[in-house]
Design a binder for this molecule. Structure first.
Ligand code: NDP
Length: 280
């Protein structure tokens, strides 16, 4: 029988690592599937998605700028997708309806707690940025019972809106970057889109607690501006979002195939490849 079809839609999409990751998962678990990348701008999302499922497609990942559109497209939503108001995984279900899920939050949590062995209970967490990625990670972080969670954003109103939406799960504070001097955090997560263009929010010295961690949701072949800031400012660990990328893919794979691939070998392989591409 022919292989089941999956894809990632986004714009731009040419540098996506998702086809590679899902090919490695499929080989590892002996699953017969095809996973392609398709450049889909927002204005053709509905037509492209209708066509994909009409042609027998089984599941889609959706990335920038399609996650809100995918949230609207889904017939049913998981609890995570409902809370995040964004969908990164669409799955054809047995009754023919399309389930929308969001695996970004659990992907980050798995990378932090399993791969990096970071304990979140009782810690002080700071999220920089209040866009779609922030919205996807707040609920899973709060469920770990941190001592405090603060969202700082260039536009403070957006941070306040997210804090209000999630306060039923635990205490969340919101502020602008001007409120950060004098505070310090065990875990600082960069959820802004600034890092990839080499920019950083204005971050004061002393922001990272002793033994603290910096985590950039963005990932690149070179260390991002935020990863470099974390190293320069004394973080015990300062890493980018490659692990989260692989972990969110593994959760999507599990939703589609009912099999959980091992992520560590895939993260290790992709990390080794980018190190050798950088000549170190
Ligand atoms: P959005 O466009 O929704 O949000 C952008 C955020 O970045 C806003 O809070 C915006 O602030 C802030 N921002 C943008 N430029 C600057 C700047 N120069 N200085 C300060 N703040 C800035 O993006 P997403 O939330 O969708 O994505 C954020 C990042 O997370 C991206 O790099 C994305 O690649 C990454 N990501 C990684 C994943 C993974 O698997 N590793 C999964 C999902 C996302 P303001 O509100 O003031 O405009």
């Amino acid at each position: 029988s022919s292989a089941d079809q999956y894809a990632v839609f986004g714009h731009p999409i040419s540098h996506s690592k998702s086809p590679r990751i899902h090919k490695l998962f499929a080989e590892q678990t002996g699953q017969n599937l095809m996973y392609s990348a398709q450049d889909v701008p927002a204005d053709s999302f509905k037509a492209a998605t209708d066509a994909f499922f009409a042609a027998g497609g089984k599941g889609l990942n959706c990335t920038v700028p399609l996650k809100e559109l995918a949230w609207n497209y889904a017939d049913r939503l998981s609890e995570a997708a409902e809370a995040a108001k964004a969908v990164n995984t669409l799955a054809l279900t047995a009754d023919g309806s399309i389930l929308g899920d969001n695996t970004d939050g659990i992907g980050l949590l798995n990378d932090l707690t399993v791969n990096l062995q970071i304990k979140l209970a009782g810690t002080a967490i700071l999220i920089l940025g209040a866009g779609g990625a922030c919205r996807g990670i707040v609920a899973p972080l709060l469920k770990q019972k941190p001592a405090s969670l603060v969202i700082a954003n260039r536009t403070p109103a957006r941070a306040h809106t997210i804090a209000d939406d999630f306060k039923f799960l635990g205490a969340v504070d919101a502020c602008g970057y001007d409120a950060l001097p004098g505070r310090c955090f065990d875990l600082i997560i960069n959820a802004t889109a600034a890092s990839l263009s080499g920019d950083l929010p204005p971050l004061p010295a002393g922001l990272i607690a002793r033994n603290g961690t910096c985590y950039d949701l963005a990932y690149a072949n070179q260390p991002t501006a935020f990863v470099r800031w974390g190293i320069a400012n004394g973080a015990a660990k300062s890493v980018d979002g490659l692990g989260m990328l692989v972990e969110q893919a593994a959760e999507a794979f599990y939703i589609w195939r009912g099999r959980r691939p091992a992520t560590a070998p895939v993260i290790g392989l992709l990390d080794a490849e980018r190190r050798s591409a950088n000549g170190n």
